[in-house]
Design a binder for this molecule. Sequence first.
Ligand SMILES: Cc1ncc(COP(=O)(O)O)c(C=O)c1O
Length: 479
Amino acid sequence: MSGAEQRGRRNTELGEEPLGDRLPTLVAEPPGPRSLEMGERLGEVESRNVTFLGPEFPVFWSEARGANVRDVDGNVYVDLTGAFGVAAAGHAHPRIVAALEAQSARLVHGMGDVHPPEGKLAFLEHLGALVPWSEPRTVLASSGSEAVEVALKTALLATGRSGVVAFTGGYHGLTLGALSTTAREDFRAPFLPRLPRDVSFAPFPDSLRFGESAGRAALDALDRILAELEERGTPPGAILVEPIQGRAGVRVPPRGFLGEVARRARDAEALLVFDEIFTGFGRTGSIFAFEEEGVVPDLLCLGKAMGGGLPLSACVGPREVMDAWPPSAGEALHTSTFLGHPLACASASAFLDVMEEEALPERARLEGDRFRSRLRDELEACPWVGEVRGRGLFLGVELIHTGADAEGEGRDEASSPRPRPWAGAGAHLATRLLRRGLLVLPAGDRGEVVELTPPLTIDRRQLDWAGSVLVEEIHQLRR
Ligand SMILES: Cc1ncc(COP(=O)(O)O)c(C=O)c1O
């Protein structure tokens, strides 16, 4: 019996329903006294910018399984964050835990790019069978940001050009190269002098504000940017885009948009890079979000769910693109100490098995469609809900101003006011929901969205309960 199974049995023997598919149990109003006390201690040891510490936030996690999290005060929550979308197979899936236990008994750390651990090969072969190229080549890394760094380096090697076109709202990570392509001003402003300047931002379609013409307007703007770069003699080496923007508030572009971006990348002889770090591995109802659009990129950035809970990321592309990297002459040009870490590769291989055997993409589509339809129906009449959007179990609810403050700058074609984002409403709602036993995260440039990215294994009863609580709290937001 694995350690995970033993723990599950222990809980049951204690007369407690094991964590996984439970509804919440709150024993102390969150954050309880232990979380508050730990928050004070954390403030004494961690740099003050890292964890937001307040009287209502956060709770310290002690245990998680399936779609349940238990905090240090003993409160049990339903998790609609998937811990940043990572826990696609559910927290501590027994199969992944067993693979980790077996691996840690054999080889904890290896020499990724020198004497490779055997598990690196097994994982790369499995990953290679999922991507759309017959001869894929991969560089592994640990964080999503680093996968984006590798994509940017690959584009420079392949095209000889360092310029990048990225999109407004786009989030690609916070290391300096990745940050130069991340559009959020608050993340960029303090570090501007360190950031490469050859990144242009094209507008990502915003259908809530610009309706059906959003895609067209965004493509026209992209055309203008590309023409200007061409005129200046600095065409881009890459066009970098999230097929569905995540941290921008789960923004889905209109159908056909990605195909049009792909055409422009081809015409500009730039690499088309899809950042599927958030969307990949079933979250949107297919293994990769690009499958829905029938567009194949030149490079794919992967991370988050891929590691099954351990830090693992990748930049993958077809051999003809990735062979822009020269053969190794003894020193890899891009590597890191933990590249191809045996525990991360074991966990990731087990995750891929679970994704396939439990048909997680299909589950995400089925449950996601159902959940989104329900939220749309029950929130349709709520004046401060701008949009319920997303695909699969990658959903966002945008909150907007109503009444006198409703009108944003300008008007759309039909001359009706453009909805104005309700800044901070996502965080406010997240705090209220925490007190109901539901974990969600805010998203959007101004924190105007609640982002819903639960484990793809979440039980229907949990989703139904979460839907009721979410709808109730959203309706009550203004009262
Ligand atoms: C689309 C996307 N790209 C890149 C990143 C950066 O990944 P990491 O935080 O692992 O560096 C994120 C993280 O949220 C992301 O959502």
